[in-house]
Design a protein around this ligand. Sequence first.
Ligand SMILES: Nc1nc2c(ncn2[C@@H]2O[C@H](COP(=O)(O)OP(=O)(O)O)[C@@H](O)[C@H]2O)c(=O)[nH]1
Ligand SMILES: [Mg+2]
Length: 256
Amino acid sequence: MTTDVALVMGLAGTGKTTLTGALVRWMKKRGLRASAVNLDPGVRRIPYEPAYDVRELVTVEDVMEREGLGPNGAILRAIDILAEDKNLERLVSGLESVDADFMVVDTPGQAEAFALRASGRRIVDAISDRFSRTTAIFLGEVESNVMVEDFLTAALLAKIIELKLDVGVIPALNKADLGGGERLKEIWTSVLRGETRDLILEGGGVASEALSELLEAVKEFRTAQRVALISAREERGLDELFDMLVEVWCACGDMT
Ligand SMILES: Nc1nc2c(ncn2[C@@H]2O[C@H](COP(=O)(O)OP(=O)(O)O)[C@@H](O)[C@H]2O)c(=O)[nH]1
Ligand SMILES: [Mg+2]
């Protein structure tokens, strides 16, 4: 039996935990054998029933208490502890014990603490070694008054994560219910297609130009060229997101 794995990643507060619950609910409603997994040692409450929960191995609270660390240090430390051989083995066998065709994995609150550090990569490597059909969803969010350039940073980060983790990354823009998502989706799509020049120079400025060069350089590494516009809260756009996941899992789809 193969289990298809979707790792839900993104900056803090973009809606990873909400989406994990929503996507599994959405799949189950369609008769699919889907399970949610929690990989965030710092989460307090989760809006889904995890088939496996990494807090069995370590929690940020315990680390804070035991090692006298503040919350930020403790989350980094907790992820490092998870990445130790013994725990990683336990984690992978915990995932192996989940009886499902699809596994949606909620990751730690801060992408910068997880996806961009060596121990986070070690954890992702261990999962993708065991589950060959592992892909990632990178969440961005609709925010009011967002500056184009701030948004580009998130789009760039999605690409960096793709390079660092060596898994396919599906870009998804969450909180579409707040409005204004279409415009941001267009901007993100331009980034993926390497058509950023005109867009950035709208605002002008040296930093814009530097950012444009940077985006130009990384566009070679793209895979996905589409962005799913979703609302995890209202369970909207999940059909498109799921279609994109299936394309990457099958590695038979044309992402253009
Ligand atoms: N408006 C709106 N808010 C959302 C949506 N998804 C999540 N949120 C809210 O965003 C906040 C962070 O969500 P959470 O899932 O904990 O994000 P995480 O830190 O990425 O796991 C919470 O207040 C959620 O209720 C959405 O689709 N629309
Ligand atoms: Mg979360």
